[in-house]
Design a binder for this molecule. Structure first.
Ligand SMILES: C[S@@+](CC[C@H](N)C(=O)[O-])C[C@H]1O[C@@H](n2cnc3c(N)ncnc32)[C@H](O)[C@@H]1O
Length: 248
């Protein structure tokens, strides 16, 4: 069973499927104010490559554990690409901005994993820095639309068409386990990847942030910066490291 982030061929299709969108513009708007930016789970690196193209002259670092995705990122050498995650790579208060885009946050499925992640982000951020990320709001239950009848067809860079289908295998508490199936003439048989995503509530995210030394500065419900409401599609958060009490 291929891992679509590790597999070179599937990773080469990631930007075709996900493309550039309003979420990227939201994050890109935060970049000019930051001299140094770390993109955790940078994938193919489209965001940081575009930041460079649009004139950012400071330090841009993309961190990702997946060989296939990093191979796509590494077609450019004007951004630092680092293979790993925040459990294997640490930074010493070097960044003005840490980003986690494309629902990377939802890969971390337990409180312990999120705490380890946020501890690493805290260690990477300057005291004046900011963390920005999003998570899909569980209230509208978006995964209920991730069914085979909503499959999408794309044209790969080589001109061949392929189809991507999602299906839900199980739901338990705030976890959803799904399959992602790729079909088309480039494969002899369907390629099926699977993943578990956590759909934490806004209250849970806030509590995990507070427990790990962050406070929420801004909260939006969509990429146009509309305020978060109970049934918003996204939980978009800009958080800052909490000042340490004097004397500590
Ligand atoms: C859905 S993609 C998002 C990529 C990119 N941020 C975007 O917005 O398109 C999720 C990425 O998270 C990476 N990833 C998986 N586990 C991770 C971890 N523990 N820490 C950081 N990134 C991770 C995957 O390799 C993959 O590139």
């Amino acid at each position: 069973m291929p891992d679509s982030y590790e597999d070179a061929d599937l990773a080469s299709l990631y930007d075709t499927i996900n493309g550039w969108g309003p979420s990227d513009e939201f994050y890109l708007d935060l970049v000019p104010a930051a001299d140094s930016v770390l993109d955790v789970g940078c994938g193919t690196g489209l965001l940081l490559k575009t930041a460079r193209d649009r004139g950012h002259r400071g330090r841009l670092v993309g961190l990702d554990p997946a060989t296939g995705m990093l191979a796509q990122a590494r077609v450019r050498d004007d951004v630092e690409w680092v293979q790993g995650d925040l459990s294997t790579v640490s930074f010493d208060h070097e960044f003005d901005l840490v980003l986690m885009t494309g629902h990377v946050f939802q890969i971390f499925t337990t409180d312990e994993q999120v705490s380890a992640l946020l501890t690493g982000v805290h260690q990477a951020l300057k005291p004046t820095g900011r963390l920005a990320f999003e998570s899909l709001n569980p209230v509208p239950k978006p995964w209920r639309n991730w069914v085979p009848r909503n499959a999408s067809t794309y044209t790969a860079p080589d001109g061949t068409d392929f189809r991507v289908t999602h299906d839900i295998v199980w739901e338990k508490d705030d976890l959803v386990h799904l399959t992602e199936t790729y079909e088309g003439e480039r494969w002899a048989e369907p390629q099926v990847d699977q993943a578990t995503m956590r759909f934490a509530s806004a209250a849970t995210i806030d509590s995990l942030l507070a427990d790990n030394g962050f406070e929420v500065e801004q909260r939006y419900g969509f990429w146009d910066r509309s305020p978060f409401a109970e049934d918003s599609r996204e939980i978009i958060t800009v958080a800052r490291p909490r000042p340490r009490p004097a004397g500590r």
